[in-house]
Design a protein around this ligand. Structure first.
Ligand SMILES: CC(=O)N[C@H]1[C@@H](OP(=O)(O)OP(=O)(O)OC[C@H]2O[C@@H](n3ccc(=O)[nH]c3=O)[C@H](O)[C@@H]2O)O[C@H](CO)[C@@H](O)[C@@H]1O
Ligand SMILES: C=C(OP(=O)(O)O)C(=O)O
Length: 437
């Protein structure tokens, strides 16, 4: 199949689609299965490329991964000790998940090897918090030309860790390592994203003892043994927000089956302020453009419960259709506005700045990162030939092509498969006129 989508834009998205489990939770829950003595069953798993990548990684380490029905994975880790994982290098550059295998592999095998990581290129994305945390547990970290070797000659012991920034990945690293470390671990300044809450739920089902206190403190009492879990993954709130923004930008009306309100509170507030309407029902959320003008806003991305960085790119496309000047300050990643270049080619008026605009100073202020954007609208978008830069930026380009008059060619859509399940079918179900080019 080609990697190009031809989009005949200019008509609103209308209809109903079903959302699935969150990419940013499912991959971590799959890794957690490595900690169990018995098989785990994960339900509501989306058919996305990242699930395939993690399946490959786990299989390499001796976990048998079997699909049951349409959306359930059964993960059996009983043979991990006897498996050889010589080919882990094959996973270099595929995703950021290999780093999260450290804790479980150290507990099971006494060592782990981490190839170069992949994931979206939206900033430098260092792993210093991960490595520093592992050292605090007693692990030895050796940097090699091909990756990082980590060993635990004396086992892993509970410890006190305070993160400089509430990193999602580093919080997950500490959780996946502490649950079987000897003694108590206290993690301060932890990330508290809903996907982390669901990972804690999975670990508790497996036998872990974890308490989440106020003020971003998580306490974990290590246990000797963990068992398999049975869990239904929480819905992907990024997929939900992305389709909601697509409805707004195209003046459409979509019902997103499975979308849930608590994880999306902050997004829903912003959607309403911009002028979009929504209706929360038991089985999902309807999002629509009510007609008339959309309103500009001032917005800052932040860690949960703030406005999520992964919502920023789809929202910016909708803001090109709002009247007046919107200001968006990206405080989570230093380099997440590259996708706006294609939007400018399509007729949007967007300027990016190094300064911290529209909020307080952030970690990236006074440095050379263009991390604030001013969007002036409404702009009439026109068709273009564009190449997808990263996962969310790519979906944003698709939204722009759907909102634009004329026929666009969007290249590199394979990147979008990493996080959006069967998005071509979903576009068709919403009445979009698209075809593989
Ligand atoms: C697979 C997955 O779940 N990806 C999500 C996860 O990414 P990921 O877990 O990689 O993101 P983090 O929360 O760790 O990163 C946040 C910030 O911390 C910095 N940092 C992180 C680790 C570290 O060791 N040192 C360091 O400086 C990063 O460069 C970034 O500026 O959370 C992000 C923030 O919600 C989301 O955008 C990603 O979709
Ligand atoms: C940045 C993202 O993911 P990853 O961490 O997998 O690159 C994302 O999902 O938008």
């Amino acid at each position: 199949m080609t990697d190009t989508l031809i989009v005949h834009g200019g008509s609103p998205l209308h209809g109903r689609i079903r959302l699935r489990g969150a990419k940013n939770f499912v991959s971590k829950a799959m890794v957690a299965s490595l900690l169990g003595e018995t098989p785990s069953r994960l339900r509501n798993v989306p058919q996305i490329r990242d699930v395939g990548v993690v399946t490959g990684l786990l299989e390499l380490h001796g976990v048998s991964v079997r699909t049951e029905g349409e959306d359930t994975l059964v993960l059996d880790p009983t043979d991990v000790e006897s498996a050889h994982s010589a080919d882990i290098d094959a996973h270099a550059g595929t995703s950021r998940i290999p780093i999260l295998l450290c804790g479980p592999l150290l507990h099971r095998l006494g060592e782990a090897f981490i190839p170069d990581l992949g994931g979206c290129r939206i900033g430098d994305r260092p792993i210093n918090y991960h490595l520093e945390s592992l050292r605090r547990f007693g692990a030895v970290v050796d940097k090699l030309p091909s990756g990082i070797k980590i060993s635990a000659p004396n086992g892993l012991k509970g410890t006190k860790i305070e993160l400089e920034y509430p990193s999602v990945g580093a919080t997950e690293q500490v959780l996946l390592t502490a649950v079987r470390a000897e003694g108590v671990t206290e993690l301060k300044n932890a990330a508290i994203e809903p996907e982390i809450g669901d990972l804690i739920a999975v670990l508790q089902k497996m036998g872990a003892i974890i308490s989440v206190d106020t003020d971003r403190v998580i306490r974990i009492e290590g246990v000797d043994k963990l068992y398999g879990y049975d869990h239904h993954a929480l819905t992907d709130r990024i997929e939900a927000a992305s389709w909601a923004c697509a409805a707004l930008a195209t003046k459409g009306d979509v019902f997103l089956e499975g979308a849930t309100q608590p994880e999306m509170m902050t997004f829903l507030n912003v959607f309403r302020k911009v002028g979009g309407q929504f209706d929360v029902r038991d089985d999902g959320i309807r999002f629509w453009h009510p007609g008339g003008d959309l309103r500009s806003i001032v917005l800052e991305t932040d860690v949960h419960p703030g406005f999520m960085t992964d919502w920023q790119q789809p929202l910016v496309v909708a803001l090109t259709q709002a009247s007046g000047l919107s200001i968006v300050h990206e405080t989570v990643y230093e380099n997440r506005f590259g996708f706006t270049e294609a939007l400018r080619e399509m007729g949007a008026t967007i300027q990016v700045y190094r300064e911290c605009l529209g909020g307080g100073p952030c970690r990236f202020g006074q440095r050379n990162f263009q991390h604030s954007a001013v969007v002036s609208g409404p702009s009439k978008l026109h068709a273009a030939e564009i190449t997808v830069p990263d996962l969310r930026g790519g979906f944003s380009h698709l939204i722009a092509a759907l909102a634009a008059e004329g026929t666009s060619k969007v290249h590199g859509i394979g990147l979008i498969d990493r996080g959006y399940e069967r998005f071509g079918d979903k576009l068709a179900a919403l009445g979009a006129m698209v075809e593989r080019g």
